[in-house]
Design a protein around this ligand. Structure first.
Ligand code: THU
Length: 132
C-alpha cells in the first residue's frame, strides 16, 4: 500500500469540500481491495443535519459502485492537528471492514501521519455479528 499516495488523494478530495457553514474542510481517500481509490469530501447543508462527512462520502461512493471490501482510509483536514473520524463514520467503517485489519491513516500534512486499526478507534463495536 502506498500510504503517501493515499494521503495525496485525500488532499485532492479536500479541494471539493463543501463547508460554507463550518469552514472546516475535510478530505478522505478510501482504498479498496481491488486497488481502486475512492475520494470523499464533507458536504454541508443549510439544514445542518443532512451534512455528510468526508469519510462517509468516500464509503457511500465506493459501495454504490460495487466495492465492499476495503484496506485503508486516509483522512485529512486543514488544521495542524490530526483529524480523527467521528463516531458515525467509525460505525459505517465497521459495516464494511475487518476491524482488526482496516487501517485508518490520520495525516496532518503530506508526510506526517499516524495509523490506527478500526478496532483501536472503535473497541467493542456493534456490527453484523452482534445481530446473530
Ligand atoms: N467532518 C468530517 O468530514 N469528518 C470528520 O471526521 C469530522 C467532521 C466534517 C463534518 C462537517 O462538515 C465539519 O467537518 C465540521 O464538523
Amino acid at each position: 500500500m502506498d500510504i503517501l499516495n493515499l494521503i495525496e488523494e485525500a488532499y485532492k478530495a479536500k479541494e471539493n469540500s463543501y463547508a460554507p457553514y463550518s469552514g472546516f474542510h475535510v478530505g478522505a481517500a478510501l482504498l479498496g481491495y481491488d486497488g481502486r481509490i475512492y475520494r470523499g469530501c464533507n458536504i454541508e447543508n443549510a439544514a445542518f443535519s443532512p451534512t455528510n462527512c468526508a469519510e462517509r462520502t468516500a464509503f457511500f461512493k465506493a459501495v454504490s459502485e460495487g466495492a465492499k471490501e476495503f484496506l485503508a482510509i486516509a483522512i485529512v483536514g486543514d488544521r495542524e492537528e490530526y483529524l480523527a473520524p467521528c463516531g458515525v463514520c467509525r460505525q459505517v467503517m465497521a459495516e464494511f471492514c475487518d476491524a482488526e485489519k482496516f487501517q485508518i491513516i490520520l495525516a496532518r500534512n503530506k508526510k506526517d501521519y499516524k495509523i490506527y486499526t478500526l478496532a483501536e478507534l472503535l473497541p467493542e463495536l456493534f456490527g453484523a455479528a452482534s445481530l446473530k
